[in-house]
Design a protein around this ligand. Sequence first.
Ligand SMILES: C[S@@+](CC[C@H](N)C(=O)[O-])C[C@H]1O[C@@H](n2cnc3c(N)ncnc32)[C@H](O)[C@@H]1O
Length: 420
Amino acid sequence: MFEIDINDYGYDCEGVGRRDDGKVCFVPYTIKGERVLAKEIEEEKSFVRCKCEEVKKKSDKRVKPLCPYFEVCGGCNLQHVCYDEELLIKKEVLSKQLCKAGYKGEIKVERSENEYFYRNKIKLFRAEKGLGLKKPASNEVVVIEDCVIAEKDLGRAIKGVQTFVRAQNLLGQLKEVTLKCQGDDVLVWFNFEKDVKVSFQGLQIMLGYGSGIFVSVGNDIPHKVLGAENLTFKENGIDAKMKVNSFRQVNTPVADKLYDLVLKNIKVGDVVNAYSGAGLLTGMIAKKNRCYGIEIGVAEHNDAERLKRENSLGKMFNFLGDVGRILPKVLSKNIKTVVLDPPRKGCDKRVCEILDNSVVERIIYISCDSATLTRDLQRLKNYKISSATLFDMFPKTSNMETLVVLDKITLKKLPIKKEK
Ligand SMILES: C[S@@+](CC[C@H](N)C(=O)[O-])C[C@H]1O[C@@H](n2cnc3c(N)ncnc32)[C@H](O)[C@@H]1O
C-alpha cells in the first residue's frame, strides 16, 4: 500500500499517478487532483495496476454513485464523478488519441440528455443465483436486480425476467438473456446451452402484450416463441422495424444527434454507408442521395431491405457481405462520401487501403473505440481530419462514440508557366 497523487487519466478514464520509484500506477475510480491510498494488484514491467483503498484528499468533482453494484459490476466505471467532469475526462482521453493521428484541433462534445436510464439494450449472463453482468476485467458474473443505466422500462423487464428464470429453475441451462426496448415494448431473447421446454406465457403477461419472446440454442439464430416479432419506431422520418438480434445504437436521443451530423456532412453526389447495420442511416441518407449500404449480418440486412420497401426508398441499395470485398465493387467516380461505422475492432487494413487510394472526397468515420479509430486514421494518409465530435452515447462508462470528418488532401494546382 502506498499514497499517490492522481494527475492524469488512462485510456479507460482511470486515474493515473506515479509512485515514489517513478513507476506509473493505474488507479480506477479516482479523479485528477485526488490523493489516494493505493494497493498494488499487479505489477507489470512498466506500470502497476492498483486498487483505491481510501481517498485521502477528495476532488470536489466526486459524487455518490447511484448504483449499489458500482465497482463490483463491470458495466459502469464513471459513476463516482459529476457529469461535467466525466465529459472533460472523455474529451481529454480522446484528444490524446487523436493527437497520435496528427489532429490537434477542437473536439466538440455532444452531451447525453439522460445521464442515467438511457440504454435500450442489455445483455445479462447466467450466474448461480440469477442473471447479471460481468465483474470489471473478469468473466465472473455479479447478479443484478436492476440497472441504473438501462431505460426504466428495460429495468422493469429485468426484474420480471429475473423472477421468471428463478421460478422456472432455468439458471442451469441458460447462457445469456438479451433485452431490448422501445418505450414499454420489450423483446427478450433467451439463449440456452441445450434445448429446453419452457412455457413463457407467464412472462409475457408480466411484460405486457407488446412484448416478444425469442429462444435460441448455442449459436443458432433466435426464433420467436410468443408475441411481437420486432420493435417498431420512427427516426428522422424513417419508419423502422428491428429484430431482437439486429444492431441498433443503444442511446436513442444521442444516436439522433449523431445521425443529424452525418447528414449535414454528406457531399453532393452518391454515398456508400459501410457497416450499415439495419439500414436506418442508409435510409436517412437515401431520402436525398443515392446510397449503398454494406452489411455482413443477415438479420440486419433483412431489416434494411424491409426498411427500404416500407419507406419506398428508390435510392437505397443494400449489399450483404464483407466491406473489404464489396467496397471496391461499388466505388465509382460518382461516390463523393463514404460513411464508415465499424464495430469496436475498427476497419480491416484492406478497407483503409482501398479508401486511401480512391477518389472519394469525404470520409465520415463513426467509431465506438478511439484506439482503433486512431489506428485507422493513421492508415488514411491521403485524408486530413476536418472536424471531430465526441457523442456521449454511453454515460457513466468510459466508452464514447466519435464522429470524425476527413477530407481528401488535394495538391494545390501550380500556375501554368507560359512559354515565352
Ligand atoms: C456499429 S454497427 C453500425 C450500424 C449502423 N451504422 C447504425 O447506426 O445502426 C456495425 C455493423 O457492422 C457490421 N459488420 C461488422 N463487420 C463487418 C464487415 N466486415 N463487413 C460488413 N459489415 C460488418 C455489424 O454486423 C454491425 O451491424
